[in-house]
Write a protein that binds this ligand. Structure first.
Ligand SMILES: NC(=O)C1=CN([C@@H]2O[C@H](COP(=O)(O)OP(=O)(O)OC[C@H]3O[C@@H](n4cnc5c(N)ncnc54)[C@H](OP(=O)(O)O)[C@@H]3O)[C@@H](O)[C@H]2O)C=CC1
Ligand SMILES: Cc1cn([C@H]2C[C@H](O)[C@@H](COP(=O)(O)OP(=O)(O)O[C@H]3O[C@@H](C)C(=O)[C@@H](O)[C@H]3O)O2)c(=O)[nH]c1=O
Ligand SMILES: [Mg+2]
Length: 295
């Protein structure tokens, strides 16, 4: 199986390359400078010369706060760019696996969100990703949209690495405790994508297509996530950091974030028999990778 994936340095694409190398699956990363999602012609051109069995649409404009002041670019990349990738897949007759986000929801629901729940993004990033979902579904019926959340990995930028970096100069950190979600390892996402891709290329069953939620098992607030990171850091011989649990009102940001962004993963478990490990277990694995390479 040959998989083309958008982006080069991102967490999902780097994780897919690592897992692909381990499992003997060819992964071709397509990204800047030759393919820029804000230039749809460059997307069509890049995919016309590759012959993948599946296209994974992993690249996105992910700067949640900056998107509030750059809505045009966020929509160009996350909506029009995602559409161009799905169109390219349709043109060559292959499935597209597109990654989306928990931030398509408002966060008002008291329980975990299912795929049936109404969307209602409260940030430009979330709105642009929702527009991307719709454009992908319209451009290529042979699609899987995977909504994930709170992604961390040894690669790129993420909350876990931000906490480790801040811990170098700080004794305590203030972290919001009233936003709840599901931290998800990009390495686990990569494993799931490889399993889904191999089903899609061999099995035309309609129920394998559509939108699915894919997050680490369990739930946490950002403060819980930070506390777990620092507990593991301390256990590994690092310093001890105290987390002050604060409310969102005490951590003002340009973009609003959902208070509840927990996603229910039952649909993926029943249709694909995929359920990701508990986030704490995967977090320890990612931290060991980071510590072992000393970054
Ligand atoms: N990070 C998170 O917490 C979450 C992410 N998601 C979604 O998961 C997917 C993967 O996210 P993640 O791996 O964390 O993303 P990252 O922020 O780690 O990386 C973003 C990737 O997108 C690429 N990219 C950005 N703009 C463009 C552009 N104009 N043209 C081409 N490529 C571009 C980057 O390119 P380059 O390689 O050049 O840097 C990079 O490879 C995204 O769709 C995101 O919306 C969903 C939920 C949570
Ligand atoms: C650094 C820091 C953040 N925070 C808060 C701010 C925010 O509410 C929360 C998380 O901050 P971040 O900016 O890391 O997270 P954010 O960029 O909102 O992460 C999101 O990224 C996009 C791409 C997604 O799709 C989402 O699933 C989600 O992972 O933690 C603190 O309370 N204290 C801190 O020291
Ligand atoms: Mg961020």
């Amino acid at each position: 199986m040959r998989i083309a994936v958008t982006g080069k340095q991102g967490q999902a694409v780097q994780s897919l390359m690592r897992r692909g190398a381990e499992k003997g699956v060819e992964i071709i990363a397509v990204g800047r400078p030759e393919m820029d999602l804000s230039d749809p012609a460059s997307v069509a051109a890049a995919f016309s010369v590759l012959h993948p069995d599946v296209i994974v649409s992993a690249a996105a404009y992910t700067a949640v706060d900056k998107a509030e002041s750059e809505p045009d670019l966020a929509f160009a990349v996350n909506a029009a760019g995602a559409a161009a990738v799905a169109e390219a897949a349709a043109r060559i007759g292959v499935p597209v696996i597109h990654i989306s986000t928990d931030y398509v929801f408002s966060g008002d629901k008291p329980a975990a969100y299912t795929e049936e729940d109404m969307t209602g993004p409260i940030s430009v990033y979330g709105q642009s990703k929702l527009a991307g979902e719709r454009a992908v579904a319209a451009a290529n019926p042979n699609h899987v949209i995977l909504r994930t959340a709170w992604v961390y990995s040894p690669f790129g930028a993420n909350f876990l690495k931000t906490m480790l970096r801040l811990s170098e100069t700080r004794e305590h950190l203030s972290v919001v405790a009233d936003q709840t979600g599901c931290p998800t390892s990009a390495l686990d996402i990569a494993d799931a994508i490889l399993a889904i891709a191999s089903r899609l290329v061999t099995d035309p069953t309609p129920s394998l297509r559509g939108t699915f939620h894919l997050t680490g098992s369990g739930e946490a607030s950002w403060a819980d996530f930070a506390e777990e990171i620092f507990a593991e850091l301390h256990k590994s011989g690092g310093k001890s950091i105290r987390v002050e649990r604060i409310t969102t009102a005490h951590y003002p940001t340009p973009a609003k974030r959902p208070a509840n962004s927990r996603l229910n993963g039952d649909k993926l478990a029943s249709i694909y028999a995929i359920r990701l490990p508990d986030w704490k277990q995967s977090m320890r694995i990612v931290m060991q990778v980071i510590f072992n390479k000393g970054s």
